[in-house]
Design a protein around this ligand. Structure first.
Ligand code: AMP
Length: 365
């Protein structure tokens, strides 16, 4: 049987895990990214060049049955000509919304998904007004290209407004009221070309410095799960979405407040590789290739821990029963996501004990 060809813009760890999930299905990925040593390029072919290079994008599109992304910041202008060459999934409109925090919040709000009070900020005066009207504490964020806590400034009291402006001030910002959340959770789901939707169990995520450190799943809370599914479905249906989509939420006084969405496989869904019947990576490929979606049933209780800045000892971690180790093949750099591990146990209590043991072996730098 002829294999299906998927072109992936961006060859980071997400692309790499997509490619690895593709092989058993007869789906072959190839990439476009800036470096021949990118994580994805270590497991599948790559075109090397700028991610928005028109000729290289056209080459990738014309050699692929479908085009997808592990990096969502590619411009609508760069994508438009490719639509004549091949199918683009998820739809470019979904990428465009997720590239701008303000547009994303407008979509959530139009779909009656609760969000934090916020205001666009393009000048220092607007920041002062936003602080006065929405209240402090709050977070000043860049509307575009901010991720993993980059391009953010937490304003704890009025005296820090100036420092925030000096640090990231300019046009194209957003000020959000600080959410005193009890936890952060996310939902990951997939929608097929025929509109079928599958949802993974919720994951409860611990961040520090704006970056995901570790998470546990399934996070069992029937009420929050119902709301998260309803909101994910609204976004997917509104965008006529195909592929995996993730939404991150704050839990505030028992209610969900949407923070942001990612039109792709997501770090908080890495646990699904070992923890579910079908991983988020496989379901993304199934969805964009027009295949039926796979079961999202959890196989037990999992914890996922990111390796940031430096790799831990593989040997010591592998001595923990039920632990799977993932090395993305990247050079260490402070704060960089280099790999992760997932612990799968049949009981939540055993998972919690193993998580505690694993955390002792991991240092984030
Ligand atoms: P983001 O880049 O928007 O996902 O933010 C990264 C992390 O910063 C989140 O996961 C939260 O831990 C924190 N954060 C972002 N926005 C807010 C907010 N409005 N209130 C409280 N914490 C926030």
């Amino acid at each position: 049987m002829k294999f299906l060809r998927v072109g992936v813009v961006g060859a980071g760890q997400l692309g790499r895990m997509l490619a690895l999930a593709g092989y058993p299905l007869g789906v072959h990925c190839s990439f476009l990214d800036t470096g021949a040593d990118a994580p994805g390029a270590q497991v599948a072919p790559i075109l090397v060049g700028a991610l928005e290079d028109a000729a290289l994008l056209a080459e990738l599109a014309s050699q692929s049955d479908v085009l997808t992304f592990d990096w969502e910041n590619i411009s609508g202008k760069a994508l438009a000509p490719l639509q004549k060459l091949t199918a683009i999934r998820p739809p470019p409109a979904a990428l465009e919304v997720s590239q701008d925090r303000l547009q994303e919040k407008s979509l959530f709000s139009r779909l009656q998904i609760p969000i934090a009070a916020h205001a666009p900020v393009d000048s220092k005066e607007q920041l002062m007004t936003a602080g006065r009207k929405l209240g402090i504490p709050g977070i000043l964020k860049t509307r575009r290209m901010g991720y993993d806590g980059k391009g953010q400034f937490l304003i704890a009291h009025a005296g820090e407004l100036d420092a925030a402006w000096d640090s990231i001030g300019g046009s194209g910002l957003i000020y959000e009221r600080f959410q005193a959340f009890s936890r952060e959770i996310s939902i990951v789901g997939a929608r097929s070309v025929t509109g079928e939707i599958v949802y993974y169990p919720l994951s409860s995520n611990s961040h520090a410095g704006g970056i995901l450190r570790h998470g546990i799943a399934p996070f069992a809370n029937a009420g929050l799960e119902r709301s998260a599914r309803r909101y994910l479905k609204r976004v997917m249906s509104a965008l006529d979405y195909v592929g995996v989509l993730a939404i991150e939420f704050f839990v505030v006084e028992g209610r969900l407040i949407a923070n942001e969405m990612a039109p792709r496989v997501h770090n908080s869904g890495h646990w699904t590789i070992e923890g579910c019947v079908t991983s988020q990576f496989e379901n993304h490929l199934r969805a964009i290739c027009g295949m039926p979606l796979g079961s999202t049933r959890a196989l037990g209780h999992t914890a996922m821990i990111n390796f940031l800045g430096q790799m831990p000892s593989r040997e010591r971690l592998l001595s923990i029963d039920g632990l799977a180790f993932h090395d993305y093949g990247k050079d260490p750099r402070p704060g960089r996501k280099l790999g992760h591990c997932t612990i799968l146990k049949s009981r939540a209590k055993e998972r919690d004990l193993a998580l505690r043991d694993a955390l002792k072996l991991i240092k984030w730098t």
